[in-house]
Design a protein around this ligand. Structure first.
Ligand code: KIV
Ligand code: ZN
Length: 417
């Protein structure tokens, strides 16, 4: 089996999302969870960015044993020295240095000639190698760089001692087939012991697709973040890449990651709670609705055979849901009667018809129907005060509270009004 290394940059690129900053304690918590998830490399921060970043990386380097700890550093001595100091306590450590290689970045941002950029990159890699064996070099904005220049600078940094070459699509510009072609050309051109990595941004919503096409074309490291956090529209989402490789074994034949997928959901929840940034409800893999079925046709299919509408199980990502059926106005009789059975009701056909009509009437007025609503519909005598408007107001309030605290599915929870 060929392994693709998962390089998680939630604590560095992810933290660069506006509003996503984390305290040192929170970063340590996230790093330990990433170790449990079995990511290969944790980019714990950018040591030269601030004393807080330095301290967080240093503490993580002391705590984490099973993942490589990495710090980002610009291709300047001061940054590299700080990175080396910060990661020093880690048993497995890496320095990740970078410089921009696209014409637009070299001319307007760096104001350097291509030759000066190569010299700076080589000096940086050589200096980093005086501290650690494991040095990664990134060609920032590789997605808009010229292939001939990429080959020139990559040859020079390999000669200087870089072992991993990262090809970032920094501004999320490339299309999947273009990304794949670029990686293939580089992988074929350079010695096989060099690991090619990709780092894709999501400006056009293509970060995951670009990363996967790169893997299909020879990339053996993917840089990504939990929940797709990251600069602007974010980075490729770790959970999407890992589950795509797992679910589509037919396409990724003989390729795997060492990720413990059952830790995906707990990690997603932890990152959402420490950053305060919730994944959108329909976010692939970890969104609140990713495993929910509301429409009657889908519910009927899933109740008959799960795989009619599920290509992976909630359990495979560590999401413990007893029931992925969400009752709402699109739900059908099959799901409704199953829910009644689960709640202990045993209705005749006429009673079921009547209850279903009441349920549809309520569902027209209310976004989601909870167990309490179903109970109230069927036992009006015991719930004298039951009123559709009360149900709407009360349930919506509980729904919001639940979402704020855990974000998990509501159905199946035993909650009293
Ligand atoms: O997007 C980017 O180019 C980066 C590099 C520093 C790897 O984050
Ligand atoms: Zn980035």
């Amino acid at each position: 089996m060929e392994m693709v290394k998962i390089f998680d940059t939630t604590l560095r690129d992810g933290e660069q999302s506006p509003g996503a900053s984390m305290t040192i304690e929170e970063k340590i918590k996230v790093a330990k969870q990433l170790e449990k998830l079995r990511v290969d490399i944790i980019e714990a921060g950018f040591a030269a960015a601030s004393p807080g970043d330095f301290e967080a990386i240093n503490m993580i380097a002391k705590e984490v044993k099973d993942s490589t700890i990495c710090s980002l550093a610009r291709a300047v001595e001061g940054d590299i020295k700080k990175a080396a100091e910060a990661i020093a306590p880690a048993p497995l450590k890496r320095i990740h240095t970078f410089i921009a290689t696209s014409p637009i970045h070299m001319e307007y941002k760096l104001r350097m000639t291509p030759d000066e950029v190569i010299k700076r990159a080589v000096d940086a890699v050589k200096y980093a190698r005086t501290f650690v064996d494991d040095v990664e070099f990134s060609c920032e904005d590789a997605g808009r760089s010229e292939m001939s220049f990429l080959k020139e600078i990559i040859s020079a940094v390999i000669e200087a001692g870089a072992k991993t070459i990262n090809i970032p699509d920094t501004v999320g510009y490339r299309f999947p087939h273009e990304m794949g072609e670029m990686i293939k050309e580089l992988v074929d051109y350079f010695p096989k012991d060099i690991t090619f990595s990709v780092h894709c941004h999501n400006d056009l919503g293509l970060a995951t697709a670009n990363s996967l096409y790169s893997v299909l074309n020879g990339a053996r490291q993917v840089e990504c973040t939990i929940n797709g956090l990251g600069e602007r529209a974010g980075n490729a989402a770790l959970e999407e890449i890992v589950m795509a490789i797992k679910v589509r074994r037919d396409l990724f034949d003989g390729i795997d990651t060492r990720i413990n997928t059952k830790e995906i959901y707990p990690t997603s929840r932890l990152v959402a709670s420490v950053t305060g940034i919730e994944p959108q409800p329909n976010k692939a893999i970890v969104g609140r609705n990713a495993f929910a079925h509301e429409s009657g046709i889908h519910q009927d299919g899933v109740l008959k055979h799960k795989q009619t509408y599920e290509i992976m199980s909630a359990e495979s990502i560590g999401l413990d849901v007893k029931d992925t059926i969400v009752l709402g106005k699109h739900s059908g009789r099959h799901a409704f009667s199953k829910k009644l059975e689960a709640l202990g009701f045993n209705l005749s056909k006429d009673e079921l018809d009547e209850a279903f009509l009441k349920f549809k009437k309520l569902a027209d007025k209310k976004k989601e129907i909870y167990d309490e609503d179903i109970i109230a519909i069927n036992k009006p005598a015991q719930v004298d005060s039951y009123d559709i408007q009360d149900a709407i107001d009360g349930a919506e309030l509980l729904h919001r509270l639940d979402r704020d605290t855990s974000g998990v599915l509501l159905l199946g929870k035993n909650r009293a009004f």
